[in-house]
Design a protein. Structure first.
Lengths: 250, 401
């Protein structure tokens, strides 16, 4: 059974066709890469799956059950968590505060909703360890952390509610070589936890390294799907650019 | 910024060294350190010119002089923390004081009721401002316009002679009441013990989940709190007893400390100031947090205005005017609260007010001219913000991180 199943998803913005009858599935312990040129519809698809936008037509099934992802909260409740490219971390807060932002553990109202920091720290510790994210201190503002550590915290934040599917939007963009490696390791560990992982990327090296399956979008339609090892980099590029339809340029 | 070296992936039972823990705490509290240094320098300079500067009498005077600024600055800190600014609260304090004095003295309302009405009026006015701000008008403009409107409103609230004298009324007792030394020491003892007990409770909580902690986390804060409270009571009860405004400031700081550092409200407050969009996405009610900050400012302004009126024995058209607004904002910023939101603490209100008050008090004590006071206050403000810029940037020179 697939964790996430999209059937014939279409979306228009005014007269513009953003997505046309997209089919896609994500299975437990599988990394699916979603690639495509600018304007191919990757972001729109992510927004639909994360509950930011609603599709015009089509069906979304989560763990086999039909789901209406009308808001980010609805998507999260259904078990889909998205890590956006900008990470949405508050620089001035520390790792624990960021991990639990909006989902704090707090005491009764007569205590003024006192933060149960010890509970949060203990849980944060466990989640960070499960992905081997290493921080020197849980109480350092995240602005002082490296790009890889920040990405790690953003991903761990998605795991607080134990989602079935984690969507990562351009997780390695703007990272250095070693931090990029760290993040790719994180993706492997997410997969090994049995979650479904969707990675949006335009970095062919990343895609080849982590993806079990690659879904290629072009101008709002799904033009190709490859399994690991069944494609060459030029297959991806020609699918993304449509070169195989139009023939070689010149 | 100094960091501890214990990796979080180490097993929980490995205790963090007390030294590492201490550095961590010091690093987190670093924003208060520059202002404490500045304060020490100011005190040493004036003390070297006149030993009377650090006499018990003068320190007691100083605390009375800064009470109004400190309370207003406390409200301003809440507004700065969510990334907004306010220019109207000083005049608002005058309006609230005029209202309270008019009700208590001229209309014969019980003092307690007049105070409550004034606080509610202050909150109602900042609520209106905050609603316009969350509607989308910049807070600088809303509160600038609000300031001008309130300057008109104070003329409406004051009786035709434009002044209310509170001399000899219960209203005057707000500022002139002194709490006897015995009671003051008792209060200090209770507060210190309660704080230590709270820290101990947190320590045991953390032990119960195996989270890293150390008895130092109980001992050092408790000792610091005890020294500050007993030291303060010792110095300030030399004259007649602990001045009531000092107690009011202390209680307000205590409440503000609890809510900004120990509760969900505090995390959301800082989150909104740190990154409004990220906070929104995480489900933090951003608009509501901005409203709360302005409501707190309204209450603080009312309290500050009434204490000032009680100390000056009256309200007039100039109440809440003069340098009060700029002093309150400067106090918050000198104390380490960022103008750009999300950084700073409630302690910056009292520390910044102390710095600014210490300068003007010293200048007056030495009989220097007013321009010296202006020069010194302005220079300290700029230096404090420069230090803040360097700390935020993490480097002495621009263009690096």
């Amino acid at each position: 059974m697939s964790l996430l199943e999209l059937t014939k998803i279409s979306k228009h913005f005014g007269g513009v066709r953003a997505l046309h009858e997209i089919d896609m599935s994500v299975h437990p312990g599988e990394v699916v890469a979603l690639i495509g040129d600018n304007g191919a519809g990757k972001s729109t698809l992510v927004k639909i799956v994360s509950g930011v936008e609603s599709p015009d037509t089509g069906e979304i099934r989560v763990r086999g059950e039909s789901a209406r992802l009308v808001s980010p909260k609805a998507a999260a409740d259904a078990g889909i968590r998205t890590v956006f490219q900008d990470l949405s971390l508050c620089d001035n807060l520390d790792a624990v505060q960021n991990l639990f932002l909006g989902q704090e553990r707090y005491g009764p109202i007569w205590t003024g909703r006192r933060i149960r920091r010890h509970v949060m720290e203990e849980q944060a510790q466990r989640i960070l360890e499960s992905l081997s994210v290493k921080l020197r201190s849980l109480s350092t503002p995240v602005v002082a952390l490296s790009g890889g550590q920040r990405q790690g915290i953003a991903i761990c934040r998605a795991l607080i509610s134990d989602p079935a599917v984690v969507i990562l939007d351009e997780p390695t963009a703007a990272l250095g070589v070693s931090q990029r490696g760290e993040v790719l390791d994180l993706i492997h560990r997410l997969r090994d936890q049995g979650r479904g992982v969707v990675v949006i990327s335009h970095d062919m090296k990343d895609v080849r390294q982590v993806a079990d399956r690659v879904v290629v979008l072009r101008l709002g339609t799904k033009v190709a799907e490859f399994r690991r090892g069944e494609y060459t980099p030029s297959d991806l590029v020609s699918a993304m650019t449509g070169a195989h339809e139009e023939g070689p340029v010149q | 910024m100094s960091l501890t070296t214990t990796p979080t992936s180490a097993p929980p039972e490995s205790p963090r060294s007390p030294v590492a823990r201490f550095i961590d705490v010091a690093a987190r509290g670093h924003r208060s350190i520059p202002v404490l240094v500045v304060l020490a320098i100011i005190w040493i300079v004036f003390y070297s010119q006149s030993p009377a500067y650090l006499s018990f009498r003068n320190i007691t005077n100083l605390t009375l002089q800064i009470a109004t600024t400190a309370i207003l600055a406390l409200g301003v800190v809440f507004v700065l923390l969510v990334g907004e600014i306010d220019l109207s609260s000083a005049v608002l304090s005058g309006v609230c004081a005029a209202l309270a004095a008019g009700l208590a003295v001229n209309s014969g309302l019980p003092l307690g009721l007049a105070i409550v009405v004034a606080i509610l009026a202050g909150m109602a006015i900042t609520l209106i401002e905050a609603l316009v701000i969350t509607f989308g008008v910049p807070s600088l403009i809303v509160t600038l316009g609000g300031m001008v409107i309130l300057q008109g409103l104070i003329l409406v609230v004051l009786p035709p002679e434009f002044t209310v004298s509170v001399a000899g009324t219960p209203f005057a007792k707000i500022a002139s009441t002194a709490i006897p030394a015995g009671t003051s020491y008792l209060l200090a003892a209770v507060a210190t013990l309660a704080f230590a007990a709270y820290r101990l409770y947190q320590f045991r909580e953390r032990l119960s989940t195996g989270t890293r902690t150390s008895p130092i986390a109980v001992l050092i804060p408790a000792v610091v709190a005890g020294v500050v409270l007993f030291g303060g009571v010792f110095i300030l009860t030399r004259q007649r007893g602990l001045p009531m405004p000092v107690l009011i400031v202390a209680v307000m700081l205590l409440i503000a400390w609890y809510f900004t550092t120990q509760t969900r409200y505090g995390i959301h407050l800082y989150a909104v100031g740190g990154d409004r969009e990220a906070a929104q996405r995480a489900g933090v009610p951003v608009r509501r947090m901005v409203l709360y900050s302005f409501l707190i400012l309204g209450a603080c302004a009312a309290v500050a205005g009434m204490i000032d009126a009680s100390r000056q024995l009256g309200v007039s058209v100039t109440s809440g005017g003069g340098p009060l607004m700029l002093n309150a904002i400067a106090a918050a910023v000198v104390g380490g609260t960022s103008l750009f939101g999300g950084r700073g603490s409630i302690w910056s209100a009292i520390l910044g007010a102390l710095v600014i008050g210490s300068i003007s008090n010293g200048v007056q004590l030495l009989g220097l001219t007013t321009e010296v006071q202006y020069f010194a206050t302005g220079a300290v403000l700029i230096i404090a913000v420069a230090v803040d810029v360097v700390l935020t940037r993490g480097s002495l020179w621009p263009g690096r991180r």
